[in-house]
Design a protein around this ligand. Sequence first.
Ligand code: HEM
Ligand SMILES: [Ca+2]
Length: 315
Amino acid sequence: FPGTGRVGGGVLGLNPELYRLSCPQANEIIMSVLENAIAKDSRMAASLLRLHFHDCFVQGCDASVLLDDSKTIVSEKNSGPNKNSLRGFEVIDEIKSKLEQVCPNTVSCADILALSARDSIELSGGPHWEVPLGRRDSRTASIKKANTHLPAPNSTIQTLINQFRRQGLDEQDLVALSGGHSIGVARCVTYRQRLYSQNGNNQPDLTLERNYYNGLKTVCPKVGGDNNVTPLDFSSPVKFDNKYFKLLLWGKGLLNSDQVLLTGKARKTAELVRNYAENEGLFFHQFAKSMVKMGNISPLLGSKGEIRKNCRRLN
Ligand code: HEM
Ligand SMILES: [Ca+2]
């Protein structure tokens, strides 16, 4: 099974069938909570996808991102990339409490994050994939790694490639997973630099298409409005599709980290952007593959970690 190879000391790898006997209702419960949550707030699918990503890039997919501050924990929620930005914690709480009622001490918070990300994509019109299961929950968190390992929106292409490589992910994974920005929104603070002073020279990023740039300036003024949000993919912000890549071809990527996949002078990533813009099936196929790969980053297996009863705190 995937996940087996990269773990030292675990006796078993991850297994998509893990809860078939121990919690057969798990999939249905998760799906029904998500359907309601997304019906109430269409952005929630995007927020849950991002939660899984921000978990996996910090200590691996171990639900470290869900831990609140406590005597022994410095929460990752207060790191630069996460603060005032991550959302969806209440939805994960609701899923966890329902699962604890029907199959106590069985489904880990880390697996709930992976399954919620998968189901959110499906509910948004994207591909389906099988999720290897059996990640256990950490007894630690790392605000330091959250501050250093999560990519920044003004990253260069080389920084993005390096940060993904450090997680065992290659350029194909970087470009396909960036397609997660097919849904959801970003705050003005995350892209303001591109509008007003891309290189500290009081000039906008010249790769921004003119009309798109003018529109963005109205939501994101030079001063103030830090938390004003705008879609990452304005052409279909709640539908998971390949429009994100088409927008990049037209100079309408929102974040610098989006646009440099095409313009950043890395021939491989630029070619992948063009391929995914052209062929949605190819994008869906690679996205599913890369999500499984990301979901397998350093899981806690065997007797490592624990199955938390409440995702916000240690048992
Ligand atoms: C390649 C490097 C990446 C960078 C630099 C990046 C950066 C960002 C930033 C700055 C935001 C807006 C946050 C805010 O304004 O509060 C965001 C949102 C989002 N990101 Fe990424 N991201 C990256 C990769 C990914 C990946 C790999 C995924 C998932 C597979 C992902 C999924 C999302 C989603 C779904 C949202 C919208 C969340 C919402 O609306 O609540 N991102 N990202
Ligand atoms: Ca983690």
